[in-house]
Design a protein around this ligand. Structure first.
Ligand SMILES: NC(=O)c1ccc[n+]([C@@H]2O[C@H](COP(=O)([O-])OP(=O)(O)OC[C@H]3O[C@@H](n4cnc5c(N)ncnc54)[C@H](O)[C@@H]3O)[C@@H](O)[C@H]2O)c1
Length: 325
């Protein structure tokens, strides 16, 4: 979606809300804090800044903030090259992003915090305890978690009614979906505000309730796990499994390539949440997945998973150990 179209959508949404006489807090949210400058955090900061929001990007590591700004600049350069963003829009978008290593400095004026830190429950609960103490009382606290309970996250704050899931997809500037997850105590007005806000980013929000894996990962992860089990049992090879799902089901990527892209450690962590949360053996992670994660084969980020990425991600080369000879 072009920048002009995104702004058009935001203006139309605002007019519709005014016409309907809604008191729409979403449209008055101006200052956004993003926690975590990794894969997802930099994409989330990119999209908010491009859509006119002021963004404070916060990470405990200065080098991650520098890497995040370099990635956002590179991705905006690509948009300029494609003609979907002008040089002026790129410059003004980048100028809207400030970086911080101290949470207190970055969230003190926030209307909305989107947390995109490491997928680890202790880290997230600790962050939300701090956010509750440091962010203004009106501030909505959203998490981009792939699988951790929003209700659990909300329970460590004094404002569970203002805690919600805002699950962006990777790569954030490209993917249209925001899975909005309503915790057990989330206020309905907060939910509708986050839905409106997501639309103002040119995204398509879809609402789910807070149960393990929500919808995206509850449906996706068993498919990935089944592909890994089939490989482990020797039913078909890596290329065959991915080809069958790409050409037979019109998936843009096969499940094994997608698992490499997501990160095999992340897939394993989500399967464990599904397995623990539902107590159903159908979610038990494949022993092959467990072995790969234990040995450090995590997919694209470690250079090897089901495919070998020693030469980048463009050419798909099956990893040694999964080749047929
Ligand atoms: N990677 C994906 O495809 C994907 C897709 C959807 C959702 N998610 C979710 O998004 C979140 C982030 O995932 P990611 O892939 O960007 O992870 P990542 O490892 O790339 O980045 C996490 C960042 O969080 C920072 N961090 C850790 N503790 C922090 C703290 N206390 N305060 C501030 N920053 C802190 C780290 O330094 C790191 O830069 C996770 O909850 C993940 O489940 C990931």
């Amino acid at each position: 979606m072009s920048f002009r179209w995104q702004r058009y959508c935001a203006v139309v949404n605002s007019k519709v809300a005014k016409w309907a006489g809604l008191t729409n807090f979403a449209l008055t949210m101006k200052q956004i804090a993003v926690i975590g400058g990794g894969t997802m955090g930099n994409g989330i900061a990119h999209v908010f800044a491009q859509c006119g929001y002021a963004v404070n990007l916060i990470d405990v590591k200065q080098e991650m903030l520098e890497k995040a700004m370099a990635t956002i600049t590179k991705n905006m350069d690509r948009q300029v090259g494609k003609g979907t963003l002008t040089e002026e829009q790129k410059a003004s978008s980048l100028a809207r992003i400030k970086t911080f290593t101290q949470m207190a400095d970055g969230v003190s004026n926030a209307d909305l915090v989107v947390e995109a830190a490491t997928e680890n429950i202790e880290i997230k609960l600790n962050i939300f305890r701090q956010l509750d103490a440091l962010a203004p009382a009106h501030c909505v606290l959203a998490s981009n978690t792939s699988s951790i309970s929003i209700t659990k996250i909300g329970s460590v704050t004094s404002r569970p009614d203002k805690v919600i899931g805002m699950h962006f997809m990777n790569p954030v500037p490209v993917m249209k979906l925001v899975e909005v997850i309503e915790g057990f105590k989330t206020d309905k007005t907060v939910t509708s505000n986050i839905i409106e806000l997501s639309k103002s980013l040119g995204k398509v929000p879809a609402l789910t309730q807070d149960y393990p894996g929500f919808i995206a990962n509850r449906v996706l992860m068993p498919m990935i796990n089944e592909a890994i089990c089939s490989l482990h049992e020797g039913v078909a090879g890596v290329e065959e499994i991915d080809t069958i799902m790409k050409l037979g089901m019109a998936h843009p990527m096969g499940p094994l390539q997608l698992a490499d892209f997501i990160g095999l450690d992340v897939c394993l962590a989500i399967l464990k949440v599904l397995h623990d949360g539902f107590g159903n053996p159908k979610y038990a992670p494949s022993p092959l997945l467990v072995n790969m994660v234990t040995s450090g084969d995590l997919g694209v980020k470690s250079g090897r998973g089901f495919y070998d990425y020693g030469h980048g991600t463009k050419d798909l080369i099956v990893a040694p150990g999964f080749t047929k000879n």
